[in-house]
Design a protein around this ligand. Structure first.
Ligand code: ZN
Length: 854
């Protein structure tokens, strides 16, 4: 069944209050729900309570046994006659231990926890379970003291007590919330306690709850939480609104984390970090996700979504907020590079393929499939463009108005845009197209010259490509930060400006330049577009060295590398001299910001090189990229060795400089190894052995994993023995092997799937092995189809257990149009094989059928 955005109708019944009573058990939990319902419709209407896998054990209305109900599929339809208000009581019994979907109430490692977004609440009890139904929750939970010493839910704990071997707690959340923000946790947990005093002077108790033994890895998350609370006050004027803020870390989790009101639940990988087990990137991930979930308290919880088509209202805005926060905590240019790299790696392909959808989709079959890079990351870019167009002060006026107007409401994307229009005083009529049109706009740029006057003109044209269901697109409003440098006498105006490209074609006068100006365009990646602008090697090299926008410097060097690689792959290689020269130049400036230099000198990924080609040739890309990497490694051997000379910064040093230094060391080691130097494996092994922290250790292990040295096997073994009891680190062990550039990686992955530590029950483990494989272009696209077969086998095996995670593995198979006929046939055959399975989930059916249709 396809659900359409245009079919939205307001709820016929509201549920202002809900009382839940849980009798907790790992394989049997009894849930008694009392819903106070109030009719909104003018005429009698049945009360539709959604259910998924539930059987109603007893139904009462206003205290009386009630028989006027029936089931419609999994849903419970209660006929309340003429009533305009009632209290509906329903009992259900659920089995958390059997809940392998990890949606609703489930067991993880002996503890009970919930995940309700988007539609998991209906797996706990019957309920309208739509985000525009907001209720005040009162939750009583009771369970065995020994099994569940800690009992948590949303809001404040107002009472607790004991009864024999049981104990109970009563939680009350004063803020009305949709059911997707409900949460409950019961288990044997320990806490890192702290507090934060808000700007109005209210003290908030903070708790990060983890399993015994993990406590000393929660410090970074706690710092991130306090920094987030402070930042949201300073930058958005948003204060926290309860006396308590709890976070619980869970090892089995489908996504990154969840913003349940006052009780965030996290994948352990975004909470736990210490220098011995987490890399600098892991630390950044913890900081970013803690901030993201905290920021949802306003962008998501206080103002929530009217319906799931509005998902980007909270996700796009919250990603933009967490990106801005992380930029402020670290290096803004490096953060921007990372965000753009992610957008290009995950969102651009989505926007160019069969699963393309606008950030506000028009229809879906299964909402879980729409927690995408488009909704999240492109959504954040749309917000960023608005902020760029109006500047920080006016943007703040717009967001203030948004929060003021819609506090306590379930809002729409349109509400957000209107608040920015009114608060920031800007007309966004045309800009709104970004919400409805999918596809990455392509901009072509050309500089024209008036020979008589020396007057230069920038000619811009835009094309928004067709996407499934959207053959024709209208021109969008695209903010492009540009600057044209004058290398010849300084007569040109060297001011940066913001060009609003809002027509199919546009001419922008640049002024008088004696020679062709050096054009820096889409600086800071001001718009999520592809710019086609033909530039010579020397222009790119000049920009890579001299542009005063660091992102533009990075872009210029990447473009230079990309041009070189694409030419080489298509047999028109002109040599690597210019790239080597530019890398050397950039490297010479490494004392400034080593993290920036590390990002800038990294070669574009194999996948991104493929994205530039009409037909992707994974083998040629692998070959040419390795060749270029080797050439840079060999030509600049002394420089790379220079980077690695001396001691690594202490792993406990998490300053920007230390993190940047480690990042650059990892890149240097990879270049030396690619150059095939005799001592490369020994050097990597020495770094691996000497490392006092995970950043260096993992970088060295990953480098070794590409080769076939004795040191490789030795290091993998040492790593495994040392960390076999630490699931998050063991994930890295699987991951580096699946990332390996060795030709036998698909076979290795197949073998690793039979390893005693591999399990389909844990989403992190599945992603660390199979997710890493799909990110390994030449391996996944092995010409004989072995990679495709492996992923399809996985989807088929995982779907009955965890459809959400299974469906996430399908998009790589859906990119078949980008490959040669042989691979196309093999990929399509696997999609067909998946679709031929009986009892396939809605999640996998939607993704596979859309992928096959192309
Ligand atoms: Zn989010």
């Amino acid at each position: 069944v396809t659900i359409h955005r245009g079919d939205y109708r307001p709820p016929e019944w509201q549920v202002p209050d809900i009382a839940l009573d849980f009798a907790l058990g790992i394989d049997e939990t009894k849930v008694a729900a009392a819903l106070s319902v109030v009719r909104q419709a003018d005429a009698p209407a049945p009360l539709v309570l959604r259910g998924d896998g539930l059987t109603p054990a007893a139904v009462r209305v206003d205290g009386e046994v009630w028989n006027d109900w029936h089931m419609d599929g999994g849903d419970l339809i209660v006929d309340l006659g003429e009533r305009t208000a009632a209290t509906v009581e329903i009992e259900t019994v659920i089995n958390p231990a059997a809940n392998t979907q990890l949606m609703g109430l489930y067991a993880s490692n002996g503890m009970l926890c919930t995940q309700c977004e988007a539609e998991g609440f209906r797996r706990i009890t019957f309920h309208p379970d739509r985000p525009d139904v907001l209720s005040r929750y009162r939750v009583r939970m009771e369970g065995d003291k020994a099994a569940f010493p800690i009992l948590l839910s949303n809001g404040n704990c107002i009472e607790r007590g004991e009864e024999g071997s049981d104990h109970w707690a009563l939680w009350e959340d004063p803020w009305p919330k949709p059911s997707y923000l409900f949460a409950l946790v019961a288990g044997d947990l320990v806490v890192n306690k702290d507090s934060f005093t808000t700007m109005s002077g209210r003290k908030v108790d903070l708790g990060i709850w983890v399993r015994e033994g993990d406590l000393d890895r929660t410090g970074h998350a706690m710092d991130a939480l306090k920094n987030s609370m402070k930042w949201d006050e300073a930058v958005y004027g948003r204060e926290y609104d309860l006396d308590l803020f709890n976070i619980v870390a869970v090892g089995d989790f489908n996504m990154g984390a969840m913003e349940n009101k006052g009780l965030n639940i996290f994948n352990t990988r975004y909470i736990l970090a210490d220098p011995d087990t987490a890399t600098d990137l892991d630390y950044d991930g913890v900081e970013g996700v803690v901030a993201h979930e905290y920021f949802h308290n306003w962008s998501g919880n206080r103002v929530t979504c009217r319906d799931w088509f509005q998902l980007s209202l909270k996700e796009g805005f919250t990603v933009f907020r967490d990106q801005s926060f992380s930029a402020d905590m670290g290096s803004p240019p490096v953060k921007r590079i990372e965000d753009v790299r992610l957008l290009r790696a995950a969102q651009f392909p989505e926007d160019a393929g069969p699963l393309a959808h606008p950030i506000r989709p028009d229809s879906f079959q299964e909402i879980s499939n729409f927690y995408t890079a488009t909704i999240y990351n492109k959504g954040a870019e749309i917000i960023r463009m608005m902020a760029t167009m109006v500047g920080p002060e006016r943007f703040r006026k717009g967001t203030d108005l948004y929060f003021e107007r819609h506090d306590g409401e379930a809002a729409t994307c349109e509400d957000f845009v209107r608040a920015i229009e009114d608060g920031a005083d800007i007309d966004l009529a045309q800009f709104r197209l970004w919400y409805g049109q999918a596809g990455t706009p392509r901009i072509t740029a050309r500089i024209g010259t008036d020979a008589a006057t020396g007057e230069r003109t920038l000619h811009l044209a835009q094309l928004v490509p067709p996407t499934p269901g959207q053959p024709d697109k209208a021109p969008m409003q695209i903010p492009l930060r540009i600057k044209a440098f004058d290398l010849d006498g300084g007569h040109g105006a060297e001011e940066e400006r913001l060009v609003l490209l809002d027509r199919a074609e546009m001419a922008v006068p640049l002024g008088r330049y004696r020679s062709r100006p050096m054009l820096s365009i889409n600086r800071g990646f001001s718009a999520p577009v592809i710019v086609d602008f033909a530039r010579e090697e020397d222009e790119l090299a000049w920009l890579a060295a001299h542009d005063d926008d660091p992102f533009a410097r990075y872009e210029a060097l990447q473009q230079l590398m990309l041009d070189t690689l694409v030419a080489a792959v298509s047999g028109k290689g002109g040599g690597s001299g210019a790239v080597i020269e530019a890398v050397a130049q950039t490297l010479a400036g490494r004392t400034g910001d080593p993290a920036f230099v590390a990002e800038a000198v990294l070669l574009p990924s194999e996948a991104f090189i493929g994205d530039q080609m009409v037909t992707v040739d994974p083998d040629a890309i692998r070959r040419e990229r390795l060749a270029l990497q080797g050439a840079i490694g060999a030509a600049l051997e002394a420089e790379w060795r220079g980077v690695l000379s001396g001691d690594a910064p202490a792993a406990t040093d998490l300053s920007r400089g230390a993190k940047g230094g480690r990042r650059l060391r990892g890149v240097a080691l990879a270049y030396l190894a690619a150059a095939g130097l005799d001592d490369a494996a020994a050097l990597a092994f020495r770094i691996f052995s000497d490392a006092d922290g995970m950043t260096e250790r993992q970088a060295a292990l990953a480098t070794l994993a590409h080769g076939d040295s004795e040191e490789r096997a030795h290091a993998l073994d040492i790593f495994y023995q040392r960390y076999r009891d630490n699931p998050l680190v063991l994930d890295k062990w699987f991951q580096v092997q699946a990332w390996s550039l060795r030709p036998d990686t698909v076979d290795a992955v197949k073998e690793l799937a039979r390893h005693p530590d591999f399990t389909l029950a844990n989403p992190n483990r599945v992603r660390s092995l199979y997710g890493a494989l799909t990110g390994n272009q030449a391996a996944f696209h092995r010409a004989d189809g072995a990679g495709y077969r492996l992923i399809a086998d996985l989807v088929i095996a995982l779907d009955p257990k965890n459809p959400q995670t299974a469906a996430k593995m399908i998009p790589p198979l859906g990119r078949w149009k980008r490959f040669d006929e042989g691979r196309q046939a093999l990929m399509r055959a696997e999609l067909e094989r998946i679709l031929a399975q009986r009892g396939l989930s809605r999640d996998v059916t939607e993704q596979a059928s859309k992928s096959l249709a192309g």
